[in-house]
Design a binder for this molecule. Structure first.
Ligand code: NAP
Length: 496
């Protein structure tokens, strides 16, 4: 094998999990577990098998590399493995994620090898001698073959005809800067929508985020141009999936990906979107509850996952959540508390103590206690972790008070975009400052975040629910959001 073939094969290994995520990430439980092709594996079995099989191959590669003579490569009964209870489970998100991590490590191993090393061999129990090069070629083909098998399996589903598009639909269309002309709902036709994707979605619900409030009032340069339909979240049903894997009737959620900023968004009862912007509506949620979660809950979950990635575990110490009475903050409090953390809610609204304690906060501090930039580069070590949606002096204070190796997930700027800090928290306490970007989070992580969000107790969603806003009441509701007068989340009724 020469260096160019080695590079091509390792690149193929790196890209396989992403291709798999695109193919299966949107599928619901029934599509994953129904044997659409009689006698063949289900999609879920194919996915779990890929991890089983490639784990074996990874270990075989390592044994060939470290043993002086050719090692015996044990075979395994793949059909028996595929019949174990977990191998048929529709819970594929963690398998896809683990396959991604395995392939990154595998590719990193192979990239570092001299091309001559690929001629080393192992002795397969059933098929005899095989070189590292031959094995690698076979497993890249194996991955591709299973993607193809999944495609064939999905193609065997009964055909579903596209559903008719509505002749007219309601939308909140901003023709110009809303400070010049206050937005009002209008009636549009499908042909009015820009061609921004092949998937037509009947939008039932959206939500009102801080960013939407900035867009609706013209404060903050959120919208990249006019005319524009704002709304960074939407939930609804696919009417026509075009040439994508989405099928009519699929329930989907879109958060971010530029909708309601550079692409027309969720405040219209019909939307055109890219296939990869959509995630399947988790079966545990209905579209309204999904929008109650929306970008805020999803961002909070990503923030918590970042803290976990950096080693935060329940019992490590207090975790502070800022902007706690807002959308991101409320969800962060609830998620962290449910995981067993001792959560301190920072808020300017101490009168919301019952609400915040109901979400799981162990204690509250007034936001002024954190608001100003710290007097000293290092303050008393106080927080094992933090989720911050306020920014500015608050974020600088948190950095100066983080425990050794503590992590803050920075989500927002409700209190300011500037950050005046020193390097001391980083070099003397090894703290981590991590950003959260909900817009362009990779699909497997998005799917995992939504899977975890779907398991939130109903009680949390009921507490966070600040009510429903119709399209024509959005401008006034946006003012209330920016005034910090909304507790929790407002959901927007878009469809009939
Ligand atoms: N990175 C991402 O991907 C991402 C995703 C979603 C949101 N965000 C950002 O996260 C932030 C919060 O979004 P959200 O939807 O949760 O907004 P929200 O519901 O309006 O909540 C914001 C909260 O921030 C606090 N706050 C408001 N003004 C403040 C000020 N001047 N100083 C200190 N605290 C203040 C308030 O909490 P208390 O009343 O409890 O003090 C308010 O409830 C926004 O900046 C938003 O743009 C980022």
């Amino acid at each position: 094998m020469d260096a160019s073939e080695r590079d091509a094969l390792t690149a193929a290994l790196r890209s396989l999990p992403e291709a798999l995520a695109r193919l299966v990430g949107h599928l619901g439980a029934a599509e994953l577990t129904t044997p659409w092709l009689p006698g063949e594996w289900t999609v879920a079995q194919n996915v779990h098998h890929l991890l089983d099989s490639h784990l074996h191959c990874y270990l075989r590669c390592r044994r060939i590399l470290v043993q002086s003579g050719p090692p015996v490569l044990q075979s395994y009964d793949q059909d028996a493995w595929a019949s174990l209870p977990d191998a048929a489970s529709p819970e594929i998100a963690s398998t896809v994620r683990d396959l991604g991590r395995l392939h990154q490590r595998w590719a990193a191993l192979l990239e570092g090898l001299d091309p001559a090393t690929f001629e080393r061999c192992g002795l397969h129990e059933e098929t005899g001698e095989i070189s590292l090069a031959g094995m690698l070629r076979a497993y890249v083909d194996h991955g591709r073959a299973h993607l193809e098998q999944i495609r064939r399996t999905l193609a065997a589903r009964p055909a579903v005809s596209p559903q008719p598009l509505p002749e007219r639909f309601a939308a909140l269309l901003l023709e110009t800067d809303p400070r010049e002309a206050p937005p009002k709902p209008r009636t549009l036709r499908p042909a009015d929508l820009p061609e921004q994707g092949p998937v037509w979605v009947a939008v039932d619900w959206s939500s009102l985020n801080y960013k939407d409030a900035l867009a609706l009032t013209g404060r903050g340069r959120i919208l990249k141009g006019y005319p524009m339909v704002p709304g960074i979240d939407l939930a609804g049903r696919v009417l026509d999936g075009g040439d994508s894997a989405w099928r009519p009737g699929d329930a989907v959620v879109v958060t971010g990906r530029g909708i309601g900023e550079e692409h027309w968004g969720g405040y219209a009862a019909l939307a055109r979107v890219q296939a990869e912007w959509c995630v399947p509506l988790p079966p545990e949620l209905d579209p309204r509850r999904a929008m109650l979660i929306g970008t805020a809950g999803y961002t909070a979950m990503l923030a918590v996952m970042i803290l976990e990635d950096h080693g935060l575990r329940p019992g490590d110490g207090e975790v502070v959540v800022t902007g706690a009475a807002g959308g991101v903050g409320g969800f962060a409090v609830a998620i962290l508390a449910a995981l067993g953390h001792r959560v301190i809610a920072s808020t300017g609204r101490l009168e919301q103590a019952d609400y915040l304690r109901g979400l799981g906060a162990a204690d509250l501090i007034h936001r002024d206690a954190l608001a100003s930039e710290p007097a000293r580069a290092l303050g008393r070590s106080r927080w094992a972790g933090a989720v911050d949606s306020v920014g500015g002096g608050t974020l600088a204070s948190i950095l100066s008070q983080l425990d050794r190796h503590g992590t803050v997930a920075s989500c927002g700027l409700a209190g300011g975009a500037e950050l005046a800090t020193t390097v001391f928290p980083f070099i003397l306490r090894g703290v981590n400052l991590c950003g959260v970007d909900s817009n362009y989070c990779p699909p497997p992580r998005r799917a995992e975040a939504w899977r975890r969000l779907a398991a939130l107790p109903a009680r949390v969603l009921e507490l966070i629910d600040a009510g429903t806003v119709p399209l024509d009441a959005l401008p006034a509701a946006a003012e209330r959001v920016l005034a910090g007068a909304v507790r929790g989340r407002l959901v927007v009724r878009v469809g009939d």
